[in-house]
Design a protein around this ligand. Structure first.
Ligand code: FUL
Length: 693
């Protein structure tokens, strides 16, 4: 062969080889996010601010007739709010500009019910402007919550109100710079002031607001915005069906563009939905959204918030965490401290990615090209990814950690610009030459983080066991996160079995049964154990990786409840009173009037010297008994009054109530509710216990 021909041949071959390597990226599969949704998703974590007239009336919702004069904070400082959000690791803030009461925290020209008539800054104040400026200073994105339901406006319920609502939105979306999100709550409780009508007005949420026209207007005014709406037409984002801070473990960023949305669709998304509608987890740092002094000791703990983090951002959602503002105009110091520590805890948890730039082998690589190689999942480039050939929907990627490495978190991200694909995956660790499954999960989406007890391994195998189409993975992370541990919760069910639990995954529990302080030399917990009758249990959660222990959890249990029965009702749900679970409750509400009796047969005669009552612990609890009488009887017929009085401060602090009395023999006890904190005819109970001597 001539030299020239040879060179030409070699050139052709290399061109062909290059051609083979330039395999096309996978085609998008199903719905994909818009650029606005993509930008929003990458924010991950942002704050909510609830502050309005009901801050001054200690209410959850204002009625719409609260006096504007109430709004007169002495120390209001949006820079404090923005600083706290920033230091907590948030990327943006959503301010409640108008809550259901209709009061506007900006001087809207369309109503008198706003800060312009409040004493604050002599009516010259504009909270939306101050917050927008504070966000700019602290490099935070800004957004507003605007309640469609307006309990103040006289026109609410008529077409005129829609014009008013759109005028207000126009003010907000024109005068305060770029907004990343607009939040439309779906609540409509019916009654309200409505300009003095004081009546009930409900609307048809599917038609009244004519959302398509409003959406068009919003997008023209703010082309980069995402719309949150749980009240009517599908927005760009979805609610997750709860305000408790978690989305489903399986979480598809998909819904159908039209049709009814059931709770399960909100919570888990819809695997084959036709539209990209990702999830936002909204929750408050306290039980409620607005500030209530009674919640000063109910601020969530760092371990609780970490749990929320894994149940939101760790499950393919964003996290919107609320701060209630105090009447003086500031975030409470406890909330500030916890939020900043939580931000630090997140940073510490994900500070070192043990998988970064480690060598990885994939069972299949698209087109054998470097362009889609396993290494792309381990670099720090969010736009590069590992992908498999079309038709290869199960595949694994094995990461060589180089040396035995301790870890307890696994993070995976799909390159969602090409759609959400993965339906199931496993994580295995190579421990002493054997593969051991450490975690197993369903969807991934933008980001999925799995927690498991720390394991020391040399290699990690990530296997996609089911996918809608060829997987496209942009990032893998392996971490050894410190555990953040609350004192363990110790509960005992009616059968006398004790369970110990905490918010994190992976700690070892040690406990004592004799009142002594637990250490890592004490009994090791390996699952529920029997400990019936009188016993004091103390427990700690211990993180073997850091050697740190939690505060001590402490529970005192009295006589066995195995034979306890409630007399005079056959409602099976009444077992909630003895199940040891503070989160479950039973109520007497139908066909009863105060005083309402609860009679318990203890099964045998005991010497009783007191009783304990835990009211319904739910956020919107009912039947919290405030006045009571407690009777005892040996035969269930002749009753003797043992104690009577009130559960003082139970409204503000609905914790265990303990009442002691001179010891009495009893087989039956009757707790008589004389009234509850709301003044209605409901008696509710989370748990009841007795004290014997
Ligand atoms: C709810 C509202 O009714 C609450 O008051 C709060 O604003 C929350 C974020 O949305 O549904």
């Amino acid at each position: 062969m001539k030299k020239d021909t040879l060179i030409g041949f070699v050139l052709l071959l290399s061109l062909l080889a290059v051609g083979c390597n330039q395999t096309e990226p996978p085609k998008p599969y199903g719905p994909i996010p818009s650029e606005n949704q993509m930008r929003w998703q990458e924010l991950e974590y942002y704050g909510f601010i609830h502050y309005s007239l009901n801050t001054y009336t200690d209410a959850s919702w204002g009625y719409g007739d609260e006096a504007v004069n109430l709004f007169n904070p002495g120390d209001l400082d949006c820079r404090q709010w923005a600083r706290i959000c920033k230091e907590s690791g948030m990327k943006g803030v959503i301010l409640v500009a108008k809550h259901h009461c209709g009061f506007c925290v900006w001087p809207s020209q369309y109503t008198e019910y706003s800060v312009k008539n409040a004493p604050w800054k002599d009516g010259k104040g504009d909270l939306v402007r101050e917050m927008a400026e504070a966000c700019k200073e602290y490099d935070l994105k800004f957004a507003v919550y605007v309640s469609p339901w307006d309990r103040n406006h006289p026109d609410y319920g008529t077409p005129e109100y829609i014009t008013y609502f759109r005028n207000q939105l126009t003010e907000l979306l024109t005068n305060y710079g770029e907004m990343f999100e607009v939040w439309f709550d779906g609540a409509n409780g019916g009654d309200g002031y409505y300009g003095g009508a004081n009546e009930t007005r409900t609307i048809d949420r599917t038609t009244y607001y004519d959302w398509p026209t409003t959406y068009k207007m919003i997008r023209e005014l703010q082309p980069n915005i995402v719309i949150w709406n749980d009240g009517g037409d599908r927005g760009d984002l979805r609610w997750v069906g709860t305000e408790e801070g978690f989305v489903g473990e399986t979480n598809w960023s998909l819904l159908n563009g039209a049709g009814e949305v059931e709770w399960g669709m909100l919570h888990f998304g819809l695997e084959n939905g036709d539209s990209w509608v990702p999830a936002e987890v909204n929750t408050s740092i306290r039980p409620e959204w607005f500030y209530h002094p009674s919640e000063d000791d109910k601020v969530k703990t760092v371990p609780k918030l970490m749990d929320t983090y894994y149940h939101s951002i760790g499950r393919n959602a964003t996290l919107l965490l609320n701060f209630p503002i105090m009447p003086n105009g500031l975030i409470h110091p406890t909330d500030e401290k916890v939020a900043i520590e939580f931000g630090k805890a997140v940073r510490e948890s994900f500070a070192v990615n043990l998988a970064e730039n480690k060598h990885a082998e994939a069972s299949n690589v698209r087109g054998t090209s470097q362009k889609f190689s396993a290494a792309n999942a381990l670099d720090s480039d969010k736009n590069s990814y590992w992908a498999t050939d079309d038709g290869v929907n199960t595949a694994s990627l094995t990461i060589d950690l180089g040396a035995p490495t301790l870890f307890n978190r696994f993070l995976a991200q799909e390159y969602i610009r090409l759609g959400q694909r993965v339906k199931a995956f496993t994580v295995e660790a190579l421990v002493d030459g054997n593969w051991q499954e450490v975690a197993k999960a369903t969807t991934i989406g933008y980001k999925r983080i799995l927690r498991f007890p720390a394991v020391e391994a040399t290699q990690v195998r990530f296997s996609i066991t089911d996918s809608k189409s060829c997987p496209v993975i942009s990032n893998i992370g392996i971490y050894n996160a410190p555990l953040f541990l609350d004192a363990p919760a110790i509960t005992r069910n009616q059968a006398g079995e004790v369970s110990i639990s905490t918010n994190d995954i992976g700690p070892i529990f040690y406990y004592t049964l004799d009142g002594s302080e637990p250490t890592i030399e004490s009994n090791k917990y390996s699952g529920p154990f029997p400990a019936d009758g009188k016993v004091v249990i103390k427990a700690i959660a211990y993180d073997p990786a850091s050697g740190k222990s939690s505060p001590v959890g402490n529970e005192t249990f009295d006589i066995s409840k195995k034979a306890w029965k409630i007399i005079g009702t056959d409602d099976e749900k009444n077992a909630a009173i003895f199940d040891g679970n503070p989160a479950s409750a039973w109520h007497q509400r139908d066909g009863v009037k105060m005083p309402i009796d609860l009679i318990i047969d203890l099964g045998s005669v005991q010497k009783i010297s007191g009783f304990k009552y835990l009211p319904d612990q739910a956020k919107w609890s009912s039947g919290i008994i405030s006045g009571y009488r407690l009777f005892v009887s040996t035969d269930g017929k002749n009753w003797q009054l043992a104690s009577q009085g009130e559960f003082s401060n139970i409204k503000n602090n609905p914790v265990w109530q303990l009442k002691k009395f001179t010891p009495k023999k009893a087989r039956f006890i009757k707790l008589q509710a004389l009234n509850n904190i709301r003044g209605d005819d409901v008696a509710g109970y989370a748990e009841i216990d007795v004290i014997t001597n």
